[in-house]
Every structure is written in structure tokens, then in C-alpha cells.
Write a protein that binds this ligand. Structure first.
Ligand code: MG
Length: 158
């Protein structure tokens, strides 16, 4: 049995926070605003994994009204969500992500992001694809207001 889930997340740029994507701190003038570390890559993939298992979403599991998740390491939340779906007999087989950001240029960080995600999820880097693109100057991403991420995850029964 194979199940597919999609995840989407976006966060607004804000001064005075580090930019953390897939657990990697990326040099930039701004970070992302959020209750947790605002790692939009980890959040989108968490929702894709939960979605494939019809197990809710990140906001239901880790509500931003709960002080436990203040400044939380979202890679930990991702691993916890994967553990939850594993208790339902499903495990990640493969994931594909697209990060949409006008700045910074992310190309040289993509391999490290894929390796970090794979390491947390117990798959190989070849099972995780992380891509980046701009929004051609259009919309909130194009204006440089924030970052959006789309993730697709394939889970299989163990
Ligand atoms: Mg988020």
C-alpha cells in the first residue's frame, strides 16, 4: 500500500531571527517569524507526512497556543510526526519539496537540507528531494515578504 500526502507552509520574514530551513541555519539579513523556529521546510514536510496518513496536521499536533512549542526545534516536531505515523504502520518512502523564495539564493544549501531531513527520517538523502525557485517577482514571495514551501511525501505500509 502506498499513500501520498501534500503539505504547504509559509512564514513571514522578520528581522532579528535566524533563518532556519530543514534545520540548517542559512546566512541572511532576516529570519522567519513564528511561534516555533518557523522552519517552513520542516513544517511543510510534517504536514505532507501527516496528510498521507490522514493523521491531522502540524497545528493540531503542536498548537501555537501551547508554550511547549515556543521556539521549538521543528526538525524534532517532524521526527515526532513521523513516529506517530509509524505507530499506524506507515513509514516515509520518499519526499519531494519545493521552496519558493525570492531571497536568499538557496541552491548551495539544498544538498545539506536534503541530508538533514533524510537523517531525521531514517531514509537516505537520495529519497529526499529539495528544490528552490523564485516566484518571478509576483505576490508576497515575489515582494520578498516571506517564504513558501510545498512538500509531497509518499508513505508505505511497513
Ligand atoms: Mg509553519
Amino acid at each position: 500500500m502506498t499513500r501520498v500526502g501534500i503539505g504547504y507552509d509559509s512564514h513571514r520574514f522578520v528581522a532579528g531571527r535566524p533563518l532556519v530551513l530543514a534545520g540548517i541555519t542559512i546566512p541572511h539579513s532576516h529570519g522567519l517569524a513564528g511561534h516555533s523556529d518557523a522552519d517552513a521546510v520542516a513544517h511543510a514536510l510534517t504536514d505532507a507526512i501527516l496528510g498521507a496518513a490522514a493523521a491531522g496536521n502540524i497545528g493540531r499536533l503542536f498548537p501555537d497556543t501551547d508554550p511547549r512549542w515556543k521556539d521549538a526545534d521543528s526538525m524534532e516536531l517532524l521526527a515526532t510526526a513521523h513516529e506517530l505515523v509509524r505507530t499506524r504502520g506507515l513509514t516515509l518512502w520518499q519526499a519531494d519539496l519545493t521552496i519558493i523564495a525570492e531571497q536568499p539564493k538557496l541552491d548551495r544549501h539544498l544538498d545539506a537540507m536534503a541530508a538533514a531531513l533524510a537523517g531525521r527520517l531514517g531514509v537516505t538523502a537520495a529519497d529526499v528531494s529539495v528544490k528552490a525557485k523564485t516566484n518571478e517577482g509576483m505576490g508576497f514571495v515575489g515582494r520578498g515578504e516571506g517564504v513558501a514551501v510545498i512538500a509531497v511525501a509518499t508513505l508505505e505500509a511497513r
